[in-house]
Write a protein that binds this ligand. Structure first.
Ligand SMILES: Cc1cc2nc3c(=O)[nH]c(=O)nc-3n(C[C@H](O)[C@H](O)[C@H](O)COP(=O)(O)OP(=O)(O)OC[C@H]3O[C@@H](n4cnc5c(N)ncnc54)[C@H](O)[C@@H]3O)c2cc1C
Ligand code: SF4
Ligand code: SF4
Ligand code: SF4
Length: 398
């Protein structure tokens, strides 16, 4: 077996972050954007220097799996200096943003205050509205246009090659796995740290495969080429999935319907996401998600659940708070667990998913099964996980 990222891809543990592409000294790796999710491919003679593996969070997970007893224990131990629900005061952003528009408001504020030169964030692909791509937004218009969540594959480390050639400091937005790749790159490329003012992590249940959107469109007798523009989420909270068609017509589905019928179905969830337990983005300064709590059931505009991890984050947040650009309310940390019950439930099941993964990859392994702590789960939880696993196996074999 080659000593490069091919082994991580083969083990189904690649998240598509692109850190390996950035580090490879021979430019041997390219991303395949046509697969179910973004996958690196070794395109030319590899020197087997192993550098790509040193920045690969999938490789770290592979090592963790080899020591099965450690898996699934890193769940809700994150500590925050302060937590808020925050909402942008900008009414346009309230409509276009995913939650309360906190991330975009912060980025615009830091740019206006000249604390950053731009933001590494995600937009729809130029000329390919159904695709998503990370880029460096350098103007307020570009930052504004990149607001909203895109529930489709995007590789968070790819713009870092360009970032390394720039001057000044930048804000980085990414999923926990994007930020893990960036952190590993920082360990290897010292100058990268100087380019980064603040890292904002988004809470992430999973990134659905491209096939989720393709099948959604098919369900409405539409093709990718019929789409003029696409908003996964917007127009209020939790908002709507909106497609503007080239014909001039629109397809609008409530967020929950699009999510329940397509984006959250198990057959569209990468194995890597099932095994991911980095709920609160270990390498972020600020973490943002939705406050899925009873108190917000009647909410129509939306708040961002905003968690500050260190002094830098508090300083930056207080600077924004001093402006008139957000409304917010402070939260006690214990609220976070109840607002993110779904995400935490997924991570609690990680050990069982791991067992499923090992069976899927290596067949029935009694030693691994015996070493599992299946007793941690209630009977109901076990039945539900086994049921999901059987569905997964069936779908993967189709
Ligand atoms: C794949 C995915 C899964 C998520 N899962 C959960 C979840 O389980 N629970 C939860 O509470 N929240 C989840 N979120 C986060 C949530 O959807 C919002 O992104 C978050 O609350 C921030 O909202 P906001 O209004 O403050 O951000 P906005 O002001 O709307 O800004 C959003 C920022 O995120 C960037 N972005 C958009 N799509 C992506 C992407 N695919 N990868 C990286 N950056 C991106 C945009 O470029 C923009 O800078 C998920 C987001 C994504 C993209
Ligand atoms: S560095 Fe990222 S993209 Fe490359 S193999 Fe590892 S997880 Fe996949
Ligand atoms: S082992 Fe070295 S040369 Fe080969 S793909 Fe990885 S980084 Fe590139
Ligand atoms: S669940 Fe984890 S691995 Fe999957 S996209 Fe989200 S952060 Fe990345």
């Amino acid at each position: 077996m080659l000593k490069n990222i091919s082994l991580v891809v083969k083990a189904l543990l690649c998240c598509g972050c692109g850190a390996c592409v950035v580090i490879c000294p021979g430019q041997c790796i390219q991303m395949n954007f046509a697969a179910k999710h973004n996958i690196p491919v070794v395109i030319k003679q590899c020197m087997e220097c192993g550098k790509c593996l040193t920045v690969c969070s999938g490789m770290q997970l592979l090592a963790e799996i080899a020591e099965t007893n450690k898996v699934g224990e890193n769940i809700t131990n994150a500590e925050f200096l302060a937590c808020y629900v925050s909402k942008s005061a900008d009414q346009g952003l309230q409509r276009s943003a995913a939650s309360g528009g906190f991330i975009t408001t912060l980025a615009l504020h830091l740019l206006a205050r000249k604390r950053i030169k731009g933001v590494v964030c995600v937009r729809s692909g130029p000329n390919k509205p159904t695709e998503s791509e990370f880029f460096i937004a350098k103007t307020s218009e570009q930052i504004y246009q990149a607001s909203g969540s895109r529930y489709s594959p995007a590789s968070g480390c790819l713009p870092l090659k360009e970032l390394l050639l720039l001057k000044g400091q930048y804000m980085l937005v990414g999923k926990p796995c994007d930020l893990a790749g960036i952190h590993l790159l920082e360990q290897n490329i010292a100058v990268l740290k100087e380019r980064i003012l603040v890292k904002v992590g988004i809470l992430c249940h999973h990134t659905p495969f491209r096939t989720a959107l393709q099948n959604l469109l098919q369900g409405y007798s539409l093709k990718i080429t019929d789409v003029a523009s696409l908003q996964y989420r917007g127009e209020g909270w939790p908002g709507s999935f909106c497609i503007e068609l080239k014909s001039g017509e629109n397809l609008v589905l409530p967020y929950r319907k699009a999510w329940n019928m397509y984006f959250s179905r198990l057959k569209y969830v990468p194995i890597r996401c099932l095994l991911c337990d980095d709920v609160f983005a270990t390498y972020a300064d600020i973490v943002v998600g939705d406050p899925w709590g009873e108190e917000f059931k009647a909410e129509k505009i939306g708040y961002s659940l905003t968690m500050l991890k260190n002094d830098k984050a508090v300083d930056i947040y207080n600077d924004l708070r001093g402006s008139d650009k957000i409304y917010d309310k402070k939260l006690v940390q214990s609220k976070i667990v109840s607002y993110q019950a779904n995400l935490i439930k997924k991570v609690r099941a990680k050990r069982l998913w791991l067992i499923a993964y090992i069976i899927l990859k290596h067949g029935l392994n009694i030693k691994v099964l015996a070493s599992s702590v299946v007793t941690k789960y209630s009977f109901k939880e076990k039945v539900s996980i086994v049921k999901k696993f059987l569905i997964l196996l069936r779908k993967r074999r189709q």
